[in-house]
Design a protein around this ligand. Structure first.
Ligand code: GAR
Length: 207
């Protein structure tokens, strides 16, 4: 059984997709140990509670400096002892000590086709604003392992989504979620739970 901790910051629709996929048997051999948020008001925490999943809030605002937050956050995750950590719309930078402790065991969903529209300043709705500003015709989502860089770890899977003429950032965000994110992230978790992936030379291959 793959034990996962899911980290969230906002609406939690990706968390919902994971919980639904577990309930429907689309993700197998997987159990959510806890959902962690940096934001006590996150709707995602409500979604976890509704399913009877342990919800934890740990915010940088409650610590005197970043380093003490980083240590407390890492210690909390270590105490939970998951096999993998899933970042499902988690908008806090992962502490370096956590990346080290969970090397190739943290995955993230990003709402663009990496390496486009990613890195510092590219998160949530901002990604879709920049996509529309640039006028690209195709965008999408990426699920990848997390390393020390920002959106730079080995790519597990990507899915393209077409831009439509009347798109606003909000409309595009929703389409990217529906057509890509809510499919890719559950699939990646199921692949890991069923031992279908391996990493060689910083690239991900299916066994
Ligand atoms: C999602 O679009 C996710 O890809 C994005 O935040 C949104 C969270 O939505 N993540 C990032 O931008 C990470 N860089 P949700 O809370 O409804 O799942």
């Amino acid at each position: 059984m793959l034990k996962i901790v899911v980290c969230v910051s906002g609406g939690g629709t990706n968390l919902q997709a994971i919980m639904d996929a577990i309930a429907d048997g689309k993700i197998t051999n997987t159990e959510i140990l806890a959902v962690i948020s940096n934001n006590a008001g996150a709707k995602a925490l409500e979604r976890a509670r509704d399913r009877g999943i342990c919800d934890i809030c740990i915010s940088p605002k409650s610590y005197p400096d970043r380093e003490s937050f980083n240590q407390a956050f890492t210690d909390k995750v270590k105490e939970l002892a998951p096999d993998i950590v899933v970042l499902a719309g988690f908008l806090v930078r992962i502490p370096p000590q956590m990346v080290q402790a969970f090397s190739n065991r943290i995955i993230n969903i990003h709402p663009s086709l990496i390496p486009s529209f990613c890195g510092v300043g590219y998160y949530g709705l901002k990604v879709h604003e920049k996509v529309l500003e640039r006028g690209v015709k195709v965008t999408g989502a990426t699920v990848h392992f997390v390393n020390e860089g920002m959106d730079e770890g080995p790519i597990i899977a990507q899915k393209p989504v077409m831009i439509e003429p009347d798109d606003t950032p909000e409309i595009l965000q929703r389409r990217v979620m529906e057509q890509a994110e809510w499919i890719l992230l559950p699939q990646a978790i199921d692949d890991i739970a069923n031992n279908r992936l391996e990493i060689r030379d910083n690239h991900v291959f299916r066994r």
